[in-house]
Design a protein around this ligand. Structure first.
Ligand SMILES: NC(=O)c1ccc[n+]([C@@H]2O[C@H](COP(=O)([O-])OP(=O)(O)OC[C@H]3O[C@@H](n4cnc5c(N)ncnc54)[C@H](OP(=O)(O)O)[C@@H]3O)[C@@H](O)[C@H]2O)c1
Length: 252
């Protein structure tokens, strides 16, 4: 298999890359998730948009439709509060309204200002781990029957530079993100025989988003990668060009 990060550098998605497919994007109301949702819809997918705030999802849906994309499915859900039943109801709604699922781009993320571990509370940790680690697992698990029924499905978890290379003051955010490569590798191994569903982690690097403005205040945003550029990497992992890439962590 070729180096997927190298393959990604010259990757040009075809306009109908995701034609006829349904892709779920979490955190679709702003930042990277919004750009990924627009990119998927712009390459033929019908997208399901998940986020906390309905008005932000509506704004993303308006932008998709204004650009000629298919009408998205909007599914507001608070990943910090969702329990097993909520994830199962979500998957049932997806089955009813979208009938199929070919991929998930997990872009939602809970971030807290950097600080010493000694000052982070249990409640802070539990919310970080719920949104950034447990919810990507539980949401994917609830959707697994749909994903494994699709001819070729792909799940992309969004990692973090400081999850891959932990550093002081990144706390429970980095610890939660650091477990995603293990999740993708374990699950891909378990699904290998089916040959239908792949899972990978993408570490997108510095991108000009609202979260980045909080994690690196005062930084020159003009030097950052645009969310639209990073979205191309999600198209690569969601589409067939990466058919042999499974259980990997791609660091951009
Ligand atoms: N930006 C970077 O430089 C960078 C670098 C490396 C990795 N990443 C990763 O890339 C991903 C996207 O980051 P971003 O910079 O685009 O973040 P962002 O601007 O903060 O957006 C995060 C999204 O997550 C949603 N969200 C937060 N808490 C949620 C909850 N409890 N339930 C449902 N949705 C929730 C938010 O929805 P609402 O707005 O509706 O609350 C928002 O749409 C994250 O996983 C992040 O860790 C980013």
């Amino acid at each position: 298999m070729n180096d997927p990060v190298a393959a990604l550098r010259g990757y040009q998605p075809s306009p109908d890359l995701l034609g006829g497919r349904v892709i779920l994007v979490t955190g679709a109301g702003q930042g990277l998730g919004r750009a990924v949702a627009l990119a998927c819809a712009g390459h033929g997918a019908t997208v399901a948009l998940l986020g906390r705030k309905p008005e932000k999802l509506e704004a993303t849906a308006d932008a998709i439709e204004a650009a000629g994309g298919a009408e998205p499915l909007l599914v507001p859900l608070d990943l910090a509060a969702a329990d097993q039943g909520a994830f199962e109801r979500f998957a049932q709604l997806l089955r009813r309204e979208a009938t199929r699922l070919d991929g998930i781009a997990h872009c939602a993320s809970h971030f807290v200002p950097l600080g010493p571990l000694a000052e982070q509370s249990l409640d802070t940790w539990l919310t970080l781990l719920r949104v950034n680690l447990a919810a990507p697992f539980a949401l994917t698990n609830a959707c697994l029957p749909l994903l494994t029924a699709a001819p070729a499905s792909s799940v992309v978890f969004t990692g973090e530079t400081h999850g891959a290379a932990p550093a002081a003051y990144w706390g429970g955010f980095a610890v939660g993100k650091s477990a995603l490569p293990a999740l993708a590798t374990i699950w891909s191994g378990e699904l290998e025989k089916s040959g239908r569903t792949r899972m990978n982690v993408l570490v997108p690097g510095p991108i000009a988003t609202p979260q980045r403005a909080r994690s690196h205040p005062g930084e020159d945003r003009a030097r950052l990668r645009a969310p639209e550029e990073a979205a191309r990497a999600y198209l690569y992992l969601l589409g067939d060009a990466s058919a042999e890439v499974a259980g990997k962590t791609l660091i951009l």
